[in-house]
Design a binder for this molecule. Sequence first.
Ligand SMILES: [Zn+2]
Length: 123
Amino acid sequence: MRANKLIELYPDIFKDFESFNNIGDGWFSILEHLCSAVSLHCKETNLDFSFLRMQNKFGTLIIERRGDDSFTHMVNRFAERLSFKTCEQCGKKGMLHSSNGTQFGKQATLCEFDALQKLYRKI
Ligand SMILES: [Zn+2]
């Protein structure tokens, strides 16, 4: 599982980590690049940083963490923003979709193919 591999590769920045919640495979390449950048920065600056939770909330990536400095704040925000346009299933270009086509349905960021497979509609 890709989540476990991230924790294995970067134990220092996952030391206080609690959970991944509903993160699809499509977002893991974003997280791999994020972890690589944050880990290197923490080594260079001795920053005491840890991810706490990564979750999919209303079709967007939310990253909770402690110990931010301006660099980690910026790259985490950037990763969260990339999730707005990245299919959470496959990693291709995506957009926000809903199970019933309104903001009241279950929301997911999907490419057209995965939206059709799951019967989601653009909102
Ligand atoms: Zn897709």
